[in-house]
Design a protein around this ligand. Sequence first.
Ligand SMILES: Nc1nc2c(c(=O)[nH]1)N[C@H]1C(S)=C(S)[C@@H](COP(=O)(O)OP(=O)(O)OC[C@H]3O[C@@H](n4cnc5c(=O)[nH]c(N)nc54)[C@H](O)[C@@H]3O)O[C@H]1N2
Ligand SMILES: Nc1nc2c(c(=O)[nH]1)N[C@H]1C(S)=C(S)[C@@H](COP(=O)(O)OP(=O)(O)OC[C@H]3O[C@@H](n4cnc5c(=O)[nH]c(N)nc54)[C@H](O)[C@@H]3O)O[C@H]1N2
Ligand code: SF4
Ligand SMILES: [Mo]
Length: 719
Amino acid sequence: MQDAYSRRNFLKLSAALLAGGAAIAGSGTRAEAIGHVAGPAQRVFEIKGYCPFCQVRCTYKARVQGGRIVSLTGDADNYWTGGAMCPKGMSMVELVNSPYRITEPMYHEANGSWRRISYREAVGMVADRMKDVVQRHGDKAGNRVAMTMPLWDCLESEVAALMALRTVGCVQALPPGETCVSTASNMLGDMLGVNSGTTQVDDICNARTLVLWGANVSDLYPPYTRWLAKTREQGVKIVYVDPRKTRTSMWCSQQLRPVPGTDGMLALGAIAYILNKGAYNEERARFQIEDFDNLKPQSASATMDKVASITGISEEELGTFYETLAASERTIVWLGGSLSRQSNGIGTVRSIILLQALRDNLIGQGKGMLTFQSGKPGGIDELVDHFFGENATPKLNFRRIRLAMEKGRLDILFLNSSYRRYPDARGVRKAIEKVPFVVHMGFFLDEESEVSTLFIPAAFGPESAGCGYGNENQLAWREQIVRAPGSCVPAWQFYRDVGRLVDPRRYPDFEGPEDICRMMQAHVPSWKGITMERLKASSTLVWPIYEQGAAERKGTVFSEGRLLTPSGKMRVQDRVFGGINRWTYPKGHPLGRKASKDFPLILLQGKQLWHWQQTLTNFTHSMGQFSNGRFVQVHPKTAAGLGLQEGDRVLLETAVGGLEALVEISENVRPDFVFTPANCCRTTPVRENCSPSICDILPNSWDRISAQHNGTGCRLRKI
Ligand SMILES: Nc1nc2c(c(=O)[nH]1)N[C@H]1C(S)=C(S)[C@@H](COP(=O)(O)OP(=O)(O)OC[C@H]3O[C@@H](n4cnc5c(=O)[nH]c(N)nc54)[C@H](O)[C@@H]3O)O[C@H]1N2
Ligand SMILES: Nc1nc2c(c(=O)[nH]1)N[C@H]1C(S)=C(S)[C@@H](COP(=O)(O)OP(=O)(O)OC[C@H]3O[C@@H](n4cnc5c(=O)[nH]c(N)nc54)[C@H](O)[C@@H]3O)O[C@H]1N2
Ligand code: SF4
Ligand SMILES: [Mo]
């Protein structure tokens, strides 16, 4: 095969790109805009970018003066956001200039002190370690190295990092999915042939009913509230299924508040109701469900009274919901992440998908499934394989990698995420402490730096160019807006520099993200129509585009009128995951079979509008002003029973451990469960965001796919 990307071509390409310059309003050079060279002090540049946090992937226009961001404005040309952004995105300006940032590489001495080293030294140290692993373990070296992903930076950084791993034959790159929505995405892949949402957010306006099943859209994807508003204006019925009242509650016409972890039973009940009523088109149902005859016996036990007693929802409310589903011509279900974060999540998600299939709600406009964390474009692995050949080593999940660490079988860990994202975070930390060489690329002295051998300071979003992707499969291009401080580098640069030292023969030459984007375009069919020029000119561009100049694909992915599984069908009785008839409570649930009386309350934890996950925004004062640290929401009745008052300090305990928390009395929770935020950080200097991770006290429970955070028992003790 002809390789269009020889070194010479690359150099030519890069030179052309540098000359091209950025999308800058007003006169002046790109170098001037980002502060490489001094220009007239008053000149203001407008440069486009995107927020590196959630998958809404808001695009913005930054105004830059004297090499500093003066302001950020949401990009009104962005069809998905309409120009909105949320406070987290705005905190980018503070993050870029944060006094807490670590801007030079550091080596962690045995006595715990840090020694500043040069970037060159750091890269050399990592490459030497990698070569050493190969020398000692030969073709087994691959499994002695692992990386937790992602880099939350840009797609090109991911490509560069995966290629760096491949220089030692490693494929152990652990996606955040195992703690995110991978139960849902695996089940969607298994049953529908697409492991993400099957349509796009604007399609909710075409539905008759929208079920937000655990999907707290307004807190998690704030700019998408406008789509909820539009949908409601058009008379679409919005049903929200969430035990907790949230900002999303005000947009719905009905909210069901089930006992946490009982959604599978709720869905089974809906299937039974619809089957009993005959409210389905059998021919269409059989067209999509291979063993349709299994559906009735497998859902038969989910009678109204049983569903009501398990979910805690009255039969009357259930009746209203089921009748809505039975009568709706077009229903879209949006799956929240929490359904994937209960150990019975596989069954829950499978039941909901079958419910959609039974009512013929998958194929067509205004029908389908939406998720959070969709949108990762394919092609990355194809490109990596193009340069390194296919590698058939099985990919291990984090549970296996953790075991390898505990047994001393991992030599290098690239810790590119928090370790606090995994339940039993204290156990995870102990396992990491057994790895002799841990490389952490980050921004702050976070908990990860405590367990790292080497700290590599990263360039933050606006400090480098690159391509990001979002929930609608849309790609967005970001220009470099300001210069990174000190020796901070974008992740693609660090991994490229390491990769080149370890295997200069195979590691491809590239000067930056634009080159990688062009490689994707040249080698991956689904990227053929995604040219650099088009990407730069668009606010967002929906992947895939197979031909140059072809239009973006919008709406349902089932444009051929059938599911995308090999047979075009799904199964009730799955060959690997079994049927849907054996509903159980999640592991550790206070109502479950092996429940402990010591922990009678259900523990729910989740995200807050003003924080992005466990690390970055916690280091900002701008988001700190909204935070109350580690609080726990308790229902007035529960509080009264425990003699607790607003503002009391309590110990929030599970079977695994305890954390101090501040009581907030609230009817947003039910008497049987308490809620605490997922996004705190112990090492932040911003007091309001400071607390040990909730994962410290969550048990190490997994289903067959992913790690679980919700539904375990807990108790509160006044201190
Ligand atoms: N208890 C609990 N745990 C959870 C969840 C929950 O709700 N509750 N949610 C789960 C979910 S949905 C997810 S997706 C995971 C996420 O969990 P993580 O992926 O661990 O998320 P973060 O804590 O944001 O850590 C991201 C890391 O990436 C680094 N980083 C960010 N931007 C860049 C960049 O541009 N370049 C480089 N080089 N590094 C960067 C940050 O410094 C930080 O170290 O957590 C999961 N864990
Ligand atoms: N502000 C903010 N937004 C984010 C993120 C963030 O860190 N901060 N992270 C992004 C990422 S990576 C992801 S994956 C998404 C998705 O994030 P999700 O995982 O969907 O978010 P959570 O807040 O953990 O949970 C959502 C809702 O589920 C409810 N819930 C809990 N248990 C149950 C249950 O048993 N049944 C039902 N029906 N509901 C339940 C909770 O009350 C909560 O309101 O959010 C994205 N958006
Ligand atoms: S965090 Fe999400 S919603 Fe907020 S600005 Fe960033 S991309 Fe937009
Ligand atoms: Mo996630």
